[in-house]
Design a protein around this ligand. Structure first.
Ligand code: CMC
Length: 427
């Protein structure tokens, strides 16, 4: 029997039937595409809290259970057993790579990590101290000029080349944006280094390619640091129809260049309610300053007349816990002894966490620490500057944006321009 839902307009007594679509997991959806045509009414759903904007086979989240799957594989398994590179392959191709496929992708990313020299000249036009996020969104828009041919993609190989190119170049763009922002000479990628290692290298090396000198001598990038960063990239790789991905799909629907769509995603991610929260968490912990001040700020977060919010808390979809946050909390504990985790920041964060997990305000609203609550402390311990936290989110998320862009383009059933309606209440 076909499942459907009947809506009755009690002004006219007329009833209308709408099909119910079932997915493979999670809630189904009422197919409302004919709502306006049949009833002359729009649906009203600001913030899309109840609207499925597409069908997707990429990522699944069960917010009540705190479950996140990429292509059906739990995030816990991916974060503990697979590299970010393998996760990129999984998202793009739908299955994990063989050893040979992973090796080929690794080599390709190393070769494609270089930026066109013309783009590098653009950095000279940007003021010193520019936030790396503004350079990244402009830089990715500029890449659409260098690879204009990606506007017309025909074969699977065309799609793949476009996707690999942008994923491979993003760490270089982020590292260059940072070095420019501090007035330091740019360090080019080193093809002898892997994806995550190369990013740390481009941030840290001195001109000529040498790394920092410790009192004990020359310091190479440590394996534990590379693995921690790789895990952070994996945890950010995709998150179904979040705000920035919805923007990427919206721009895709207009027929614009894929890199312009991704640049729009970067801009959307920058905000504090989304990816910008990781930078704000550390700013907020520093502002709180000491464990004694925590109660005062918790009271402010609970006050309905105060706009202050606890950064790194709450999520539109997760209403139990954020599985990415749980993995990062474990990683934080592992790193505590190995790396120089800022103990005062850690103490403040722990106190906030303890209070919030038991306080009625947070419990009733199902507000739990999200990924951004823990990532900032780990990134600080890796010696990464605060202005780079959101760019790091961008590097990890690029594969998700580009995979969602491709899925949108290939699904002709949904190839309609994103064009919401409104409820006019003006004069
Ligand atoms: N601190 C204090 N109160 C909060 C917070 C918070 N961080 N988040 C939500 N609330 C309250 C909010 O005031 C509201 O209370 P009431 O019902 O009394 O009006 C209730 O909880 C529901 O909030 P909402 O704004 O309707 O929830 P939303 O689903 O629209 O927003 C959110 C989700 C993530 C934007 C929001 O929780 C928030 O602003 N959190 C802080 C920023 C943050 O950490 N963002 C990172 C999200 S995870 C990374 C990513 O994927 O982007």
């Amino acid at each position: 029997m076909k499942k459907s839902m009947t809506l009755t307009d009690n002004r006219t007594g007329k009833s209308y039937e709408f099909p119910i679509l079932e997915g493979t997991r999670g809630p189904g959806a009422v197919d409302m595409r004919s709502l306006y045509k049949e009833t002359g009414l729009f649906s009203y759903d600001p913030g899309f809290t109840s609207t499925a904007s597409c069908k997707s086979k990429i990522t699944f989240i069960d917010g009540e259970k705190g479950e996140l799957l990429y292509r059906g594989i739990p995030i816990e398994e991916l974060a503990s057993k697979h590299s970010y590179l393998e996760v990129c392959y999984l998202l793009l191709e739908g299955e994990l790579p063989t050893e040979r496929q992973a090796l080929e992708l690794d080599l390709e990313f190393r070769h494609r990590a270089f930026l066109p020299e013309g783009l590098v000249k653009l950095f000279d036009l940007v003021p010193d101290n520019a936030h790396p996020m503004s350079i990244m969104s402009s830089g990715v828009t500029a890449l659409s000029a260098f690879y204009y041919e990606h506007l017309k993609l025909e074969s699977d190989d065309d799609y793949r080349e476009m996707a690999h190119r942008i994923i491979a170049k993003m760490p270089t763009l982020a590292a260059f944006a940072y070095r420019h922002s501090i007035g330091a000479k740019l360090i080019y990628p080193d093809i002898d280094r892997s994806f995550s290692e190369n990013f740390l290298y481009m941030l840290r090396a001195y001109p000529g390619g040498k790394l920092h000198l410790d009192p004990g001598g020359h310091r190479e990038i440590r394996k534990i640091e590379i693995e921690a960063l790789d895990t952070i990239f994996t945890l950010h790789a995709d998150h179904e129809q979040n705000a920035s991905t919805a923007v990427v799909r919206s721009v895709a629907s207009t027929g614009a260049h894929p890199y312009v769509a991704i640049s729009s995603g970067i801009s959307a991610l920058w905000g504090r309610a989304h990816g910008g929260a990781n930078e704000s968490v550390i700013e907020q912990l520093k502002m709180i300053g000491s464990v004694e001040n925590v109660d005062k700020y918790i009271a402010r977060a609970k006050d309905p007349n105060d706009p202050f919010r606890l950064m790194g808390f709450g999520h539109r979809v997760y209403k139990n816990f954020d599985p990415r946050a749980r993995i990062l909390k474990q990683l934080q504990d592992q790193l505590r002894d190995e790396l120089d985790l800022d103990s005062e920041l850690m103490r403040i964060a722990q106190r906030i966490e303890e209070i919030a997990l038991h306080d009625d305000y947070f419990v009733q609203r199902k507000l739990y620490p999200n990924i951004d609550f823990y990532s900032g402390i780990i990134l600080t311990a890796l010696g990464l500057p605060r202005s780079m936290f959101t760019p790091i989110f961008v590097i990890g998320r690029t594969v998700g944006w580009v995979t969602q862009w491709i899925e949108f383009k290939k699904n002709t059933e949904e190839a309609k321009i994103a064009r919401p309606r409104q409820l006019y209440v003006g004069p």
